[in-house]
Design a protein around this ligand. Sequence first.
Ligand code: UD1
Length: 376
Amino acid sequence: MLRVLNVVGARPNFMKVAPIVEAMKRRASAFTPRVVHTGQHYDAQMSDAFFRDLGLPEPDVYLGVGSGSHAAQTAAVMKSFEPVVMEEKPDWVLVVGDVNSTLACALVCSKLLIKVAHVEAGLRSRDRTMPEEINRLLTDQIADLLLTPSRDADENLLAEGIPEHRIRFVGNVMIDSLFSQLKRAEASTVREDLGLTGKDYAALTLHRPSNVDDAVTFKRILAALEEISQRLPIIFPVHPRTRARIAEFGFADLIERVPNLRLIEPLGYLDFLRLYSGARLVLTDSGGIQEETTALGIPCLTLRENTERPITVEMGTNIIVGTETERITRAAFNVLAAPRDKQARIPPLWDGHTADRILDALLEREGNGKGLKGVK
Ligand code: UD1
């Protein structure tokens, strides 16, 4: 029986951990799952809504660390997570993605000689100004089991000198959530509520510090959105970081002058799925949404200069357009002019069964003892 502490911290973690915990509950003779929420995200719409929508059980432990600078937040998670690990004595700690909570919890375990499994290992944007890239690089160095979503991730890890026996290609667990919730999302009335039924519209998310903390870049993006919105309405659920920058930079008036750019509160998992799955076009700087749109065959423009998810460009519907006004608008108009092609080309093992492969990998690793730190 493996006792596994599953860590969640921020919004993009919940849809990765939910299918894993569910699979552990299904395989209760082999796994005892526990859920620790660091509290990195805490607003109802950034956290509780996702627990509800994804059927995640209430966390067994809530650390309540909240917001702060990178150092303060990472340190706060470490300080509060360490006693939990000592008390719970798990066989494995499972961390997902690339947020500050991911690295903080992996680091705590590495010093306590507790085994760590990293889900979504090996992704690299090669942009070290991105806080997530630092979290990815360091977490992968110290984790015992690196569970990758695509083959390019395996290659990145091998190139960094990580031994092959620590790496396991399992596929994309976020797609487990996506496929299992698609039907339920049909009950969401978000399209009707926003008056979008039968209409073409775009969905937008924007929260990367490199885009929204820089007034010049943010303004360039807004100029592109203004042009695109003359062709179709853009629905923009606004992340709290972005909301704060709009106020700080005095952009509220500018945005109000663009009637077809509609700012709304952040949406829960099901409402957001319902929204983007019906969109003619998605514009985003999120990592996960690049993958979700690929899985559904929805055209996606990524407002960044790079991606840690190249398979979404090579196989999927993603186009990297950067943050220059003209490049964004040109790409958007090209998409709108092209025939609608809903034919999704889904990358290997993005099949809705990744959680079970993760559990198999844990059991197998436990069985052969390879890659373990030894002392338990
Ligand atoms: C974090 C992750 C990022 C992820 C994003 C998804 C890191 C380094 N960044 O960025 O990878 O894509 O989450 O949302 O871990 N805030 C609230 N309520 C909340 C949470 C945050 O109001 O529930 C506000 C706070 O003012 C906070 C700011 O948003 O200072 C930013 O939150 P933070 O967790 O620091 O980073 P994100 O930008 O959300």
